[in-house]
Design a protein around this ligand. Structure first.
Ligand code: SF4
Length: 449
């Protein structure tokens, strides 16, 4: 599929629907499309097993592979920076920008940069970093956060994006997919030329050769990394593969699981800085070493950020990405956020799960997500984070009394049904509830048997 055709198709799915109501159908459609492409492969089960074993090997030998990766990169003139946390990463990047007296940057989509909140950090210091991925561009313009790790503007409809472009860019209001794409393209073109710094993420770092592999579909990363004189690539320390030979398997799996393609439209291999340019690689830890030492949960670091677990998650499809509080939503977000930020910070997340197992059954690197979430639930209770919530304790006490007596239970359910029927007429459309009730209708309850 050509880049232009992919962009057109992606734009259609991005602009489809009507706000959060479209989230359910879009992510469902996306999940079934991804799975269809996977099951076309006879060897799929063996591929999953192999990918899981390679990533497990990487985690068991991360120190050796990282040393090899850094050594190879430096031997080719790449400047490598190891950052312990978000502050260190941001300050190191700021120092590079200051060394080049730069004020403008363009950025390809990178979850690590979201993790360290790079754009806002730079903005506070008078440096503008333009998002160039279409979805990220829309999200940046709206002043919000991505709601999905692969399709960041999944929560917005074409009408909403048209209004946004009119308000922020002074463009003619349109809900036409092609017009909206053209506006974004026109707005971004000059930024690639004017910017002194280009940021990117890294999908896979190859330890044996010191190669950065970056996958994309829109061509914006190619421009972001080749047009400016300085390229700064950011990656989590776990994003390594031992050998180049491992790459075809992961490229296949990432594209199929992420976007339902056989391969992403563009796959960039960056080996060394081009003549007259500089290349920096910022390796970000930010809690990963701690997660690695946590034997019970370390397998979450096998994740390749394909996003399939969230597309397949019934809770994510109803609640949307922002409900998870940080940048990683869905089942991946529940486990990773609790590991990177600590269960004390993310104490609610393990409970935002129905434990249906839809995520763990499809993860391409065989992360046992639903069991990890269950274990985190136990950890949250053991650490007493949950018990601190007085309202929860009272609610569960009432439920436990009701659940032990069928007459009380039936009476409770009667009140719940009456409450649900009355809810749409009650003045709930204020405060925090407004964000939910503005866009969602309560379903009619089924008749109680
Ligand atoms: S946890 Fe698995 S399914 Fe979810 S994003 Fe990571 S690799 Fe994909």
């Amino acid at each position: 599929m050509s880049g232009a055709k992919f962009l057109k198709d992606k734009t259609k799915s991005l602009f489809k629907g009507d706000g959060p109501r479209s989230l359910v159908s879009t992510s469902l459609q996306s999940a079934s499309n991804n799975l269809r492409v996977c099951w076309e492969i006879d060897e799929w089960i063996r591929w999953r097993q192999l990918a899981s074993e390679i990533k497990r090997y990487v985690l068991s030998n991360l120190d050796i592979l990282l040393a090899q990766f850094i050594e190879r990169l430096e031997s080719k003139g790449v400047k490598v920076i190891c950052a312990k946390d978000a502050d260190e990463a941001n300050n190191a990047i700021l120092e590079i920008i200051n060394q080049h007296n730069a004020k403008l940057a363009v950025k390809g989509k990178s979850m690590v940069s979201e993790e360290i909140d790079l754009n806002h950090f730079l903005e506070r210091r008078g440096i503008t970093s333009y998002e160039t991925d279409l979805g990220e561009f829309i999200v940046q313009l709206s002043g919000t956060r991505p709601s999905h790790i692969v399709t960041p503007a999944l929560h917005l409809s074409a009408v909403e994006i048209g209004k946004l472009f009119e308000e922020k860019l002074n463009e003619k209001n349109s809900a036409g997919h092609e017009e909206l794409t053209q506006i974004a393209r026109r707005q971004l073109r000059s930024k690639f030329i004017e910017s002194e710094i280009g940021f990117s993420g890294v999908n896979f770092g190859i330890a044996e050769s010191g190669t950065l592999c970056i996958c994309e579909n829109e061509g914006n990363i190619g421009l972001s990394t080749s047009s400016p004189k300085v390229h700064i690539a950011m990656m989590g320390i776990e994003k390594l593969l031992p050998r180049l030979d491992d790459l075809p398997l992961f490229l296949n799996m990432l594209a199929r699981m992420g976007t339902g393609q056989k391969l992403t439209t563009y796959t960039h291999f960056v080996n060394a800085p081009a003549k007259g340019t500089e290349l920096y690689v910022v390796l970000v830890d930010n809690g990963r070493t701690r997660a690695l030492a946590d034997v019970e949960f370390r397998e979450i670091l096998k994740c390749m950020r394909c996003g399939l677990c969230m597309n397949n998650c019934p809770v994510f499809r109803q609640a949307g990405g922002w409900a998870y509080g940080w940048i990683y939503p869905g089942p991946l977000g529940i486990v990773l956020t609790s590991e990177l930020l600590g269960i004390e910070t993310a104490y609610d997340l393990p409970f935002a799960c129905s434990l249906c197992g839809a995520c763990g059954s499809i993860c391409p690197v065989k992360i046992d997500l639903n069991h990890l979430i269950l274990k985190q639930r136990r950890r949250a209770i053991e650490k007493n984070t949950r018990a601190k919530k007085f309202t929860d304790t009272i609610m569960w006490k009432i439920f436990s009394i009701g659940a032990r007596n069928k007459y009380i239970f039936k009476t409770m359910m009667l009140f719940v049904r009456i409450g649900i029927r009355l809810a749409p007429f009650l003045p709930f459309k204020f405060g925090k509830l407004k964000a939910w009730t503005d866009k969602r209708d309560l379903p009619k309850p089924k008749k109680f048997p």
